[in-house]
Design a protein around this ligand. Structure first.
Ligand code: EPU
Length: 430
């Protein structure tokens, strides 16, 4: 059943909440569980549609997957198939990270190539170039990529592309290299905390990896990996989203069980915007309203994350003057801007840069979520809009936020999830 969110703006958000486990760490970790025939137990896994879908794909590959209690998944991949058809890949682009684990485990893989998505083209050329540099034979035909790694050997692999490093591309090469003879040296490797978490779990499984967290990762191939028990890191993007929710309403929100070091660039910009920020070893508190226009530029980690750009834009709507967002990861990731304009925002897009002229009156409107982070941004803007906002296509939100409206309500927001049939007369239902 299609659902929508109805938000009534004007409430100040206060309180504290616990960060969920990271979606973008969980997906490659689930994929990595195929590298062993023994049982892998993952804890602190968020309850999200993307996670459930990845579990379904693992099941299709032949693994026995269970979810014995909330947040815990076990995967036992004693026998698996090397084929992943388009039907499974097309719904979730992140399924591409199965490639590395299938190659590592089975020495060959056949996977449908995922398409682009609304945030922009999402090629996998760097993944494939990296595999070729390791001596894999890669064949792309009829929408399928076939990889034969029977003669692969560790070598130097350069993972830099026009936008810098690639997160899932690095994850794929690391996973493939764990069970490939010789030393694979990945240059221009992604430094994202989610890649570090993957390497940490692989090390628990018996992999020999050094340099993760820097832009050169070295993996020394071993012959076999074993099971492990691993707790997923906190979701830095989810944490950042709730901190914006507090700040945008001039409230006071603390996110616990997270790692402030994973959000340095974002917190720096929050402070520059005039929001007060306090951090402890595992919590972040943001309070007070933004007062200054700021310019943000999205970059690979440790730069400002593209996955918090839309939410930060919602915050920039409050501030008098001209703020900017420059997208250096997905230059066309501005679908949310057009919807924010329907609420009264003044935003001008010029190539990869959006200029936000803030302090305009915002009013509730029916708006359409275009992707995961855009949906969060629209809800955040709705918190400060006059009247009712109806956010449609809520399934995007459910891909990456666990019980979002319930958690916002816990902080004092007036937000309800309703069946799409409740949309006021005249609003489109799709
Ligand atoms: N790129 C290439 N060639 C490649 C791979 C990437 O040109 O072979 C380009 C992309 O088109 C993009 C840039 O490099 O312009 C970075 O893409 P990257 O490969 O790093 O993205 P990803 O690994 O596919 C992950 C997250 C995304 C997040 C990006 C960037 C997961 C499951 N997804 O995607 O998360 O935006 O890194 O940080 O980890 C989200 O959670 O909303 C989301 C989209």
């Amino acid at each position: 059943m299609l659902q929508v969110a109805r938000i009534r703006g004007g409430h100040v958000l206060r309180g504290s909440l616990r960060a969920a486990g990271s979606k973008n760490a969980s997906l490659p970790l689930l994929a990595a569980s195929l590298l062993t025939g023994e049982t892998v137990t993952l804890r602190n896994v968020p309850d999200l549609s993307d996670v459930r879908y990845m579990a379904e794909i693992l099941g299709h590959q032949g693994a026995i997957v269970t979810n014995p209690e909330p947040g815990v998944w076990t995967i036992c991949a004693s026998t698996i198939t090397h084929r992943t058809p388009y039907d499974l890949v097309r719904k979730m682009r992140a399924s591409v990270c199965l490639l590395g684990s299938l190659i590592g485990r089975l020495r060959h893989a056949e996977m449908a190539i995922p398409g682009g998505c609304v945030i922009g083209p999402r090629p996998i050329d760097l993944h494939l170039k990296g595999l070729e540099a390791m001596g894999c034979v890669v064949n792309v035909e009829a929408g399928l990529v076939q990889v034969d790694a029977s003669r692969a050997r560790g070598d130097t692999v350069f993972m830099g592309g026009p936008m810098g490093s690639t997160v899932l591309g690095t994850a794929n090469i690391v996973m493939a290299a764990t069970l490939t003879p010789g030393i694979t040296r990945i240059e221009c490797a992604a430094r994202e905390p989610e890649v570090v978490d993957l390497c940490e779990m692989l090390i628990k499984m018996g992999a020999l990896i050094r340099g993760h967290g820097t832009n050169v990762i070295e993996v020394e191939g071993v012959t076999t990996l074993h099971g492990c028990d691993h707790t997923v890191i906190a979701d830095r993007i989810e944490a950042g989203t709730y901190l914006v929710a507090g700040a945008i309403t001039g409230g006071d929100v603390t996110v616990t069980h997270c790692n402030p070091a994973h959000l340095t660039a974002f917190l720096d910009k929050l402070r520059e915007a005039g929001v007060s920020v306090e951090t402890g070893p595992d919590f972040i508190r943001a309070f007070g309203r933004p007062t200054h226009a700021v310019a943000i530029v999205t970059e690979p980690y440790p730069g400002f994350p593209t996955d918090l750009q839309a939410q930060f834009m919602a915050l920039q709507l409050l501030v008098d003057g001209r703020s900017t967002v420059t997208e250096k990861i997905y230059p066309a990731r501005f679908m949310h801007a057009a919807e924010l304009q329907r609420m009264g925002a003044e935003i001008a897009i010029d190539g990869p840069t959006a200029a936000i002229y803030g302090d305009r009156p915002l009013s509730g409107a029916p708006v359409m979520a275009s992707d995961l982070r855009a949906s969060a941004a629209l809800i955040l803007a709705a918190l400060i809009a006059k009247g009712e906002t109806w956010v449609q296509r809520l399934y995007h939100l459910d891909r990456g936020y666990e019980r979002f409206e319930e958690r916002l309500r816990g902080l004092g927001a007036d937000i309800e999830r309703l069946p799409a049939s409740e949309l006021p007369k005249g609003f489109a239902e799709d």
